[in-house]
Design a protein around this ligand. Structure first.
Ligand code: PLP
Ligand code: COI
Length: 354
């Protein structure tokens, strides 16, 4: 790997007001792919900076691009860790296959990421609720206007010190059930973390924002009946004591936090069901006082309680707009494992070699 150090280092932001995705570290990792040169080329760590792209680059026209999101932490002993990094690169490879893009060697990607994070370790914030967000992405970079898979790609990893994704931290969020626009359909790209899915979600998100909501709860494209997921998180509902989450049927992202939450909940003795969940079932549970809590899971969002759900012209309040017992317990468990406060009995924490 080639390493070129930045001549000047940036001033680090105040870790009390990081927000999400606003600051970027001094270096980034870049690896180029060229089918004519045998595939992936040597990885480079270089100063964070602009790319130069041909105006005909395929990603600019047809959106052939994918990304990932994971986090690194520094614990009380100063030890650096990452949460389930191999799972992110495995998912990236599944997204790559769906978009006809080249896959990565997972072990190589994790070990090169480790070198980048090690170099930028002074950027890892340690305050409660903060971390170093890692954003790997890959875009098609061949200059041509025909629609076919590119023969050139850029894989890049950038790093951003972050606080909470939502402006009000762990306070319950307000979500709007979108029953006109859809984000993804079975057979489409919903389960891939590809650029177009997020572009397709913007109009619904803007509509919801104008009505005072933080996020959109998407429904299935065919019947607009079943709950899918929220813009940046998977959804869970606690109905009459049972934790229910939409099953992975091809149109929602198989979230790594979702998977962690299911395992932690089951180990904690909770009953968890992965199945179709209709809006009607949720509204009925609300009316009958059986919807105990609702929350979302995601790398950026961590565990985010949902306090209000808007559907058609009505707003429904869940658990008095307060953080539920299970949401809080799960937040504590997941962040405890991630930051080293609790023992990692699942083998999810990646420890740096040094
Ligand atoms: N769903 C969508 C659409 C997302 O963008 C994300 C964020 O990555 C998630 C769910 C949660 O996935 P994960 O827990 O792997 O971050
Ligand atoms: C993540 O949680 O890593 C995400 O990718 C969410 C992002 C769309 C902000």
């Amino acid at each position: 790997m080639k390493i070129t150090m930045a001549k000047e280092l940036k001033q680090k932001p105040d870790s009390n007001c990081l927000g999400f995705g606003k600051y970027f570290t001094d270096h980034m990792l870049v690896m180029k792919y060229d089918a004519a040169k045998g595939g992936w080329q040597e990885t480079e760590i270089m100063p964070y900076g602009n790319f130069s792209l041909d105006p005909a680059s395929c990603v600019l026209h047809y959106g052939q691009g994918i990304f990932e999101g994971l986090k690194a932490y520094k614990n009380e002993k100063g030890e650096i860790t990452m949460f389930r990094p191999s799972d992110n690169f495995k998912r990236m490879n599944r997204s790559a296959e769906r978009l006809c893009m080249p896959t990565l060697d997972v072990d190589r990607a994790v070990s090169e990421l480790e070198q980048l994070v090690e170099l930028e370790k002074d950027w890892i914030p340690t305050q409660k609720g903060t971390s170093l967000y890692i954003r790997p992405f890959m875009v098609a970079d061949e200059a041509f206007l025909g629609v076919h898979p590119s023969k050139k790609y850029i894989f890049c990893i950038i790093l951003s010190p972050v606080g909470s994704y939502y402006a009000n931290g762990l306070a319950p969020v307000k979500i709007y059930v979108e029953d006109e626009l859809t984000r993804a359909a079975v057979g489409g790209t919903g389960e891939a973390k590809c650029l177009g899915n997020y572009a397709a979600s913007l109009l619904g998100a803007e509509k919801a924002k104008k009505m005072g909501y933080e996020q959109v709860l998407w429904l299935d494209a065919a019947e607009k009946k079943y709950v899918e997921e929220v813009g940046a998180m998977n959804m869970f509902f606690v109905i009459d004591g049972t934790v229910v989450t939409p099953m992975l049927d091809g149109s929602i992202l198989p979230g790594i936090t979702r998977n962690s939450a299911i395992q932690v909940l089951k180990k904690g003795g909770y009953k968890v069901e992965e199945r179709h969940v209709s809006v009607d079932e949720i509204l009925d549970a609300l009316k009958n006082g059986k919807l105990d809590e609702a929350f979302g899971t995601g790398t950026a969002a961590v565990i985010s309680p949902v306090g209000n759900i808007g559907y058609k012209d009505k707003v429904y309040t869940i658990n008095n707009n307060e953080i539920g017992k299970i949401s809080l317990w799960l937040y504590d468990q997941i962040t405890g494992i991630q930051t080293g406060r609790l023992e990692d009995t699942f083998g999810w924490v990646y420890h740096f070699k040094k």
